[in-house]
Unconditional design. Structure first.
Length: 134
């Protein structure tokens, strides 16, 4: 009887843990086979879970300004371990961001990869590492 209860309990615990393994795929929300580059002024950076967020104001060729939402591919813990802070990219800094565009029609949003500062320093906003090689 103890063996049966032990096996049943182990099975139940295994079934309950399966949802913890689930996570959304980037390909469901982003065109991972395409890259878009935008340049704009940092309005905010939040190193939060589940994914870091940045908003930059981009001015298009017609002079129209629009906020672009940049989502980091990593998580806050990884970004913090890599040295990121909420002030790593200060508000008002001009940056270039390269990332995967949103699958939502008309959305001004990217799953970020490289972020380049005016000094040419390249940071990785996708997985939480610091400077990366070109």
């Amino acid at each position: 009887m103890r063996l049966f209860v032990s096996v049943a309990l182990a099975g139940l615990l295994l079934l309950l843990s399966i949802p913890a393994l689930a996570h959304h795929s980037a390909g469901n929300f982003w065109y991972t086979d395409k890259n878009v580059e935008v340049q704009g002024t940092v309005k905010s950076v939040k190193i939060i879970n589940p994914h870091p967020e940045m908003v930059i104001e981009v001015t298009d060729a017609n002079g129209t300004k629009a906020d672009w939402r940049i989502t980091g591919g990593g998580n806050a813990s990884g970004m913090i371990r890599a040295g990121w802070k909420n002030g790593t990219l200060p508000v008002g800094m001009l940056v270039k961001v390269v990332g995967h565009p949103s699958r939502t029609e008309g959305a001004k949003a990217l799953l970020a990869g490289k972020v380049t500062t005016p000094e040419g320093k390249v940071l990785d906003f996708s997985a939480g590492s610091g400077p990366i090689d070109e």
